[in-house]
Design a protein around this ligand. Structure first.
Ligand code: ADP
Ligand code: MG
Length: 702
């Protein structure tokens, strides 16, 4: 660490054009106008933008920036940037450094190569980026980064930020209406908060460079398990190795400079696996920060001779990586709406919002499952290392019995409840359920927030939050409609009836048991819960009427935006597996099969040499081995031929859903069969003949 702990507060956020800097650098009226835009979403006048641009440029140049970029989040799931310098030639070979309000608020990247799912016809291929002043600009690697939304000229969203901002607005609107109705008149907006816990693997760069599968697909397509895996669980929260500790220090420092509040770090379950969690923030900022965190993780790894793997399942047989999306709602007056609190008044509110979330999850579990679907995450969900593909809610025993008591008109603690009571007043001071380390639940209440645990490690956290925000907005809007005309003296009773009815109708989604068991799968089916096992299974729910209606009615997506996103998701899935299949064939052809043949050759040489000593010498073991190696070689050859044939079949298919299903059902099966044989063969091939590092090399020598 280059910075002493005493200097940390000064260093923290030093590369961010944050509120303090804005207050210092901007004229008072300009600062006020900008604040209004940020807090109330009002239009920004050009003269204000111009003044902000000048201040931003001056500040950025002090931080070493010569360029600026509109930073956006296209549908690739990665971030995109195109750098322009501040330089403007003024004749006589001289330049001035310029940055205008127009350049700040709007950009026109040549973005025709980003996926649009057919939304953007080629004649209007440019698209544009628009400044998102709610997420602060920052300087990284000599460039001023301006967070932006990315849209087509006709205004269709082509990115992950636009729908997120729309969903936050929808939730704010509906939640505020309900709060005002419940008597909380001073609330004027509600924001959602997110704290994403990020898991990752570190492997040595030299090992990485020798594995085409890691290079091209992010995961190993071949590789026998070492004698020791994660069964001893000695890595979880274990002592950090010096090299890893140095990496984490550096990473923290880089993140802190960017104003990302990295808070906790520890070793995860699998060897070489680690986790980083920041302090939560408003969703929009948290999403941007998580994208940045993933980038910085990779960049800092390079410096330490590592490669940071963010794939959901880099190693077969070893726990994969996920991301826990901690989510809650906070009013502009500072109240966390999912905090059970101490006083009855707050409890009514809490119970209303809690049941809205329960209803949302029950009715839109299919969309939640969709929001975490990817080729990579299919290896985790339901594989007893991550939550099952079935979406359910963990509430803990205490809260569950509170809901029971409301549903059954009994006091919590088995006393009779007065009919007029909301049930809320009987809720005891709620303690964070410390008994819960139930890792098997996809959506767990953890004291004052929900933790959505099904996310894969590499995805943008935008999608899952779009779904959560919108689904909860929908239920709150329904609650408002039911309650809006109720007379004040009847409100308690009406709220109680609403809670009762909602709990009765949606409690099927609550499950406090072990989500890894077969009994739960059977039970969930009986309860009528969704169980979409794979990405191609779940993607079509996006275009189902119920879900299109949800998004369209809250102005999150237009119908054509949904259709285009659906196409992109299908395409991404198929492309991913296509690349994996090609990489696997390549590795077999160029590396693994030649290695197998080499070994075969050397065993045969031994036989020849032995026979020179004595014609009748026993070569029983060698001959057995030769037979085994030849059989493997033959099987691999045939299976690889089949894989290549199937891949060619896939290339001729035109229906994108059928294609995705073909990749899932046929190509992935071909690949698994190859792997079974190759991994068995790897166990007998001498280490020095292996063409690339083994699992043991990669997992235990860092
Ligand atoms: P654990 O999951 O181990 O209990 P924490 O309680 O520290 O860990 O929370 C994990 C994550 O949840 C952190 O990123 C934290 O900032 C975040 N978090 C805490 N409160 C909220 C909240 N109200 N909204 C969103 N995220 C939150
Ligand atoms: Mg957690």
């Amino acid at each position: 660490m280059d910075v002493t702990p005493q200097k940390l507060p000064e260093m923290y956020g030093s590369m961010v054009f944050n509120d303090k800097i804005m207050r210092d650098k901007l004229p008072k009226d300009i600062y006020k106008a900008l604040k209004k835009t940020i807090d109330q979403n009002t239009h920004l006048e050009l003269d204000v933008a111009n003044a902000v641009a000048v201040a931003m440029k001056e500040w950025a140049m002090e931080k070493g920036a010569t360029h600026f970029t509109h930073w956006f989040q296209p549908m690739t799931g990665f971030t995109a940037e195109k750098h322009d310098s501040f330089i403007n030639p003024v004749g006589n070979g001289e330049i001035i450094m310029e940055f205008s309000g127009k350049e700040l608020v709007k950009g026109e990247p040549d973005a025709s190569s980003f996926p649009s799912g057919g939304l953007r016809a080629t004649f209007e291929a440019r698209g544009y980026t628009a400044w998102d002043p709610t997420s602060p600009a920052f300087v990284k690697d000599g460039t001023l980064y301006i967070p932006t939304a990315f849209c087509s000229y006709s205004g269709e969203a082509l990115d992950k930020k636009t729908p997120l901002l729309r969903s936050m607005e929808a939730l704010s609107k509906e939640a505020t209406k309900v709060l005002n109705l419940l008597g909380n008149k001073d609330v004027t907006s509600v924001s959602t908060t997110v704290g994403p816990e990020q898991e990752y693997f570190l492997v040595d760069k030299e090992d990485f460079k020798k594995r085409p599968d890691l290079i091209f697909t992010g995961r190993t397509l071949l590789g026998a398990m070492p004698p020791k895996g994660q069964e001893m669980e000695d890595h979880y929260f274990g002592t950090l190795k010096p090299r890893v500790a140095a990496y984490m220090h550096d990473l923290d420092e880089e993140l802190w400079k960017l104003g990302i509040p990295a808070k906790t770090k520890h070793n995860e379950v699998a060897p070489c696996q680690h986790e980083l969690a920041p302090v939560f923030d408003t969703t929009n900022v948290a999403v941007d920060h998580n994208q940045l965190t993933m980038e910085v993780m990779k960049k800092v790894a390079e410096k330490h001779g590592f490669v940071c793997l963010l794939h959901e399942k880099p190693f077969d047989g070893i726990n994969g990586s996920g991301k826990h999306n901690n989510w809650s709602m906070t009013t502009n007056t500072g109240i966390n709406l999912l905090d059970p609190g101490k006083t009855p008044a707050e409890n009514i509110q809490f119970l209303v919002f809690l049941t809205a979330v329960i209803k949302a999850v029950d009715e839109y579990a299919d969309l939640m499952r969709l929001s975490v679907a990817s080729a990579g995450n299919d290896h985790r969900l339901g594989a007893n290392e991550a939550p099952p593909a079935i979406i359910s809610i963990f509430l803990g025993d205490e809260l569950t019995s509170v809901l029971d008591s409301i549903e059954n008109d009994t006091f919590f603690g088995n006393k009779q409840m007065v009919a007029m009571d909301t049930g809320a007043s009987v809720l005891p001071h709620f303690m964070k359920d410390t008994t819960d380390r139930n890792r098997t639940s996809p959506f767990a209440f953890t004291g004052n927030k929900f933790e959505f645990r099904s996310l894969g490690s590499s995805i943008s956290v935008s999608g899952p939050n779009v779904v959560l925000n919108t689904a909860v907005a929908e239920e709150l809007s329904g609650f408002y409609e039911i309650l809006k005309d109720v007379a004040p003296e009847e409100m308690d009773k009406a709220v109680h009836e609403l809670l009762k009815k909602t709990i009765a109708e949606h409690k099927r989604v609550i499950f406090n048991g072990n989500g890894y068991t077969d009994e739960w799968v059977a039970e969930a089916e009986k309860r009528g819960l969704y169980n979409y096992r794979s990405t191609p299974d779940v993607l079509p729910v996006f275009i189902e009427k119920k879900n299109v209606d949800l998004f369209v009615s809250h102005h999150i997506f237009t119908k054509s935006e949904i259709e285009s996103r659906y196409e992109i998701l299908l395409e991404n899935y198929s492309k991913n597996i296509h690349i994996e299949a090609k990489t696997l064939s390549d590795m077999l052809n160029h590396q693994f099969m030649p290695a197998l043949m080499n070994y075969l050759d050397s065993v045969m040489t031994v036989v020849g040499k032995k026979k020179q000593i004595a014609e009748n010498i026993s070569c029983k073991s060698e001959l057995k081995l030769i037979e085994k190696l030849s059989a493997w070689y033959e099987q691999l050859d045939e299976l690889n031929e089949k894989l290549i044939e199937d891949r060619i079949k896939a290339e001729a298919m035109t229906d994108s859903l059928a294609l995705a299903k073909f990749y899932q059902e046929t190509i992935l099966t071909d690949m698994a069969e190859i792997r079974t044989i190759a991994d068995a063969a790897e166990e007998v091939i001498p280490a020095e003949m292996m063409p690339y590092p083994s699992y043991a090399d990669m997992l235990f020598y860092v």
